[in-house]
Design a protein. Structure first.
Length: 231
């Protein structure tokens, strides 16, 4: 399978690049605008069958461990009024990782305040599975699986969370600054995609407490394990 990897920053990508992967690696930039532009440029240049977004993430859910690697399978954008909100989804293969619901933020820490969103992936996108122009989901992760995960809200139960605080019971487990835009661009281009993140911190913690080195090390190890065995 022809793949490309996109990381938001060189700090997240460097360890993986040093393993000399067979597939092209791009540093896309931080935030929705930068990652959208970078994803578009990379897909047009390389025409891959699968695009992988990888990086670190903040955990809204404190049952997640520092350094834990998850696949983010749904994303919402923080702060969008509910009537305009959409949910964005993975369309890539089953990676065998724990699944997480994500929220895309413009500022680190905003995930803790993400309280609105559509009730399910199907309701959020307004597209049924198999609509023209969207990548076919891998059989290991079906449209029903994605919608079910979004409707449940979390894969890991947050002890202090209250599903009633969020329309549809959606409670994001992780936050990042790129995921929704990445999924949206890949959907628009009809290319399969997945997002892999390693927990570096709990949302709201000062940067000095982040376990970036551990997260990047675990992320690199998982990327090599998953994609070396999936040539």
């Amino acid at each position: 399978m022809k793949r490309i990897f996109i990381f938001p920053t060189i700090e997240e990508a460097k360890a993986f690049i040093l393993t000399e992967p067979r597939d092209p690696v791009f540093v896309g930039g931080v935030g929705m605008a930068e990652i959208a532009a970078a994803t578009l440029r990379a897909v047009k240049a390389k025409k891959p069958q699968l695009v992988v977004l990888a990086g670190i993430t903040g955990a809204c859910d404190r049952t997640l461990r520092r350094g834990e690697v998850v696949e983010v399978v749904t994303e919402r954008i923080a702060g969008i009024p509910e009537r305009y909100a959409r949910e964005y989804e993975t369309s890539g293969p089953d990676l065998g990782l724990p699944l997480a619901a994500g929220v895309t933020v413009s500022r680190s820490g905003d995930g803790a305040a993400a309280k609105d969103g559509p009730k399910s992936a199907a309701e959020g996108t307004g597209h049924a599975a198999g609509d023209a122009g969207f990548a076919e989901p891998h059989p290991g992760f079906t449209a029903d699986d994605r919608a079910g995960h979004a409707a449940e809200g979390t894969h890991h139960q947050t002890p202090e969370g209250n599903p009633e605080d969020t329309p549809g019971g959606y409670l994001p487990e992780v936050e990042n600054m790129e995921g929704a835009a990445f999924f949206a661009v890949c959907d628009a281009l009809g290319v399969a995609c997945c997002q892999i993140r390693a927990v570096s911190n709990y949302v709201g913690e000062p940067f000095g407490q982040w376990a970036v080195e551990e997260a990047v090390g675990n992320l690199t190890e998982k990327l090599n394990q998953i994609f070396e065995s999936n040539e």
